[in-house]
Each structure stands twice: as C-alpha cells, then as structure tokens.
Design a protein around this ligand. Structure first.
Ligand SMILES: [Zn+2]
Length: 59
C-alpha cells in the first residue's frame, strides 16, 4: 500500500492506493485541483514521491 500525505501548508489531503502509478495520478490531479499546478512534472512528482509517499507492505 502506498500512502500520500500532502506536504503543502494547511493541506492534509491523503490518498492511498495499491498501485503507485495510480497514486501519483491522484497526486497530479490533486495538485491541479487544490494547488493550481497545471503541469505536474516528473521532477516534481519524483520529489513528492520521495518526500510525501509512505509505502508499506500489506501482504
Ligand atoms: Zn494538497
């Protein structure tokens, strides 16, 4: 399970998904809707993945 917690100030949105690609798509959509980031670059997503995503094994 992958869990994203938005690190933006005063935004504590969380998303979870079993599929990291799916999760990062949700993150990209969230950036667009909530933070006015029209284009989430791979660099930005990679940064967010490293800093805001926790991955746990739920097997
Ligand atoms: Zn956010």
């Amino acid at each position: 399970m992958h869990e994203f917690t938005c690190g933006h100030q005063e935004c504590s949105s969380q998303f979870t998904s079993h599929d990291k690609d799916n999760l990062m798509q949700q993150v990209a959509d969230h950036l667009k809707d909530a933070h006015n980031v029209q284009t989430a670059t791979q660099t930005l997503l990679g940064y967010l993945e490293a800093t805001c995503v926790k991955s746990t094994s739920d097997r």
